[in-house]
Design a protein. Structure first.
Length: 167
């Protein structure tokens, strides 16, 4: 019973991490809930194998991203219909008391992120979570240098996309 309570505590502590991963890979609310359940099930199955030498959030990210990428690959085949971003952004804005400009910027960022390939999407999600290059490299399985290069390229693409919108 203690293991179950500990697991639930870990899920509660990292619920924003799970939300960000699920939102980045699914726009439809029902699909996000399905993905979140898949991630939780995989975390539970893997919980007994967690090694204390690794940071818990790194371990959770690695599992969550692997499940999300597999889920995304299955969904590509059935071509999920696009749902407006407003619902999720509204949830974020309620939690963080955002201005309309912040909401608009968040919408743009999510639209940009959703256009990225699976690897770059995972990298930028981790970067936006303030993970170090070292942590990102451990989760993704790339060198720190490669992670830094990819992050700089993603930032450059984002700046180019934003400047095109402002023109």
């Amino acid at each position: 019973m203690l293991e179950t309570e500990q697991f639930i505590g870990i899920l509660n502590e990292h619920k924003r991490l799970l939300y960000k991963v699920t939102y980045s890979y699914c726009r439809n609310l029902d699909d996000r809930k399905d993905l979140e359940q898949e991630i939780i099930i995989q975390l539970w199955k893997s919980f007994k194998n967690y090694k204390q030498e690794f940071k818990l959030s790194t371990w959770i990210y690695k599992i969550a991203l692997n499940v999300a990428i597999s889920h995304y690959r299955r969904d590509v085949k059935r071509k999920e219909t696009n749902e407006p971003y407003d619902d999720a952004v509204f949830q974020i804005s309620e939690e963080e008391n955002c201005t309309e400009e912040d909401i608009y910027k968040t919408q743009l960022l999510y639209k940009f992120i959703n256009k990225l390939d699976e690897l770059n999407k995972a990298i930028i999600i981790l970067y936006l979570e303030d993970k170090s290059y070292k942590e990102i490299s451990e989760i993704i399985g790339l060198t720190e240098t490669n992670v830094g290069t990819k992050i700089n390229r993603i930032k450059r693409k984002l700046k180019e996309s934003i400047s095109l919108l402002n023109d």
